[in-house]
Design a protein around this ligand. Structure first.
Ligand SMILES: Cc1ncc(COP(=O)(O)O)c(C=O)c1O
Length: 316
């Protein structure tokens, strides 16, 4: 009988459930005569988001280098999703995690981080609005906390260990499709997922065309202009920290209303319940598939589960 005194051989922890997510082909939502559309379902990761891959990469690399050790406290400012992933991985690897959060984000995200063992410090917003001034205050508070002995700043927007976390996602896709697909399209926040996945695809012998996506309401990449939008996770930086534009074949802007509508159709007719950035990815993938026509394949990513956004747009 297995018991607590039983020595552990190898890793059988929840961390082994990060990655290895399913890749599905969409059905009736894709018009007849269009190319195949394949979607990597990242909502299957333990916290329901592909950020688990990033958290594992960043924390494991820091432990391996000896930059951090068990009992230390990691600090990051976050709107919640990354915080959940960092809390989960930190807890399993014997570290503590403090999230600098704000009341501008949904309270359920705070509860979820706390459920995974995080200490949550709340920076108060002005009237519940997400502004650059608020983000700056959160960043400063995280830096101040991380300056204490035994504390370390994770740096999700700058750590070189972020893109490598997504390499296996690209490798898994390319291996599942035998390297045979024409286009990979994906929305850009930091650009870490797009670049890391592309590295993985290339390493597995695939060389798709790469299309970066953003909402029409915030055409940062296509027009260098920012704007208010409601697609959480993407279109936040004028110059996304991990994005190498020389590796892109195209940038495409998709109206956020189409992204929300695609989310609803994805859930109702394909059974894929995901967040708005996934709706935007899939709307773009279908558009590209119609242009390419049958005999081709387009791949995109369902970044997270829609269960994270209940009570928020576009599900209210
Ligand atoms: C839901 C969601 N989609 C997409 C992204 C974009 O990922 P990346 O920052 O790797 O470009 C994020 C990042 O925060 C996200 O939370």
């Amino acid at each position: 009988m297995a018991g607590s005194s039983m020595p552990r051989t190898g890793d059988h922890s929840i961390l082994t459930a990060i990655g290895g997510t399913p890749l599905i082909r969409l059905g009736g939502i894709v018009p007849d005569g269009a190319a195949e559309v394949w979607v990597k379902l990242e909502g299957g990761n333990p916290t329901g988001s592909y950020k688990d891959r990033m958290a594992l990469s960043v924390i494991r690399a820091a432990l391996e280098r000896g930059d951090i050790r068990q009992g230390d406290t990691l600090v990051e400012f976050t709107g919640g999703s990354t915080g959940m992933s960092l809390a989960l991985v930190a807890g399993v690897l014997g570290l503590k995690f403090t999230a600098v959060f704000s009341d501008a984000f949904s309270h359920s995200k705070q509860q979820a981080m706390e459920a995974f063992g995080a200490t949550v410090v709340v920076e108060h917003s002005d009237d519940g609005l997400i502004t650059t001034a608020l983000a700056e205050r959160m960043r400063e508070r995280a830096h101040d906390l991380a300056a204490q002995p035994g504390h370390h700043y994770v740096d999700q927007f700058g750590s070189p260990d972020v893109p490598p976390g997504y390499v296996p996602m690209g490798t898994e896709i390319a291996t599942s499709l035998g390297g045979e697909f024409d286009v990979f399209c994906h929305g850009v926040g930091t650009g870490g997922a797009l670049m890391g996945a592309l590295d993985g695809m290339r390493a597995a012998g695939a060389s798709p065309q790469v299309v970066a996506l953003e909402p029409t309401q915030a055409p940062l990449l296509s027009e260098g202009r920012s704007g208010a939008h409601s697609v959480e996770g993407i279109a936040v930086f004028t110059d996304p920290p991990f994005l190498d534009r020389s590796r892109l074949d195209d940038v495409r802007a998709i109206d956020q209303d189409r992204a929300f509508d695609t989310c609803r159709r994805l859930a109702c007719s394909e059974g894929v319940f995901a967040g708005a950035s996934t709706g935007l990815n899939v709307a773009a993938a279908i558009e590209l598939a119609e242009q390419l026509g049958s005999g081709h394949r387009v791949v995109t990513i369902a970044c997270d589960t829609g269960l994270k956004y209940l009570g928020e747009q576009p599900y209210v």
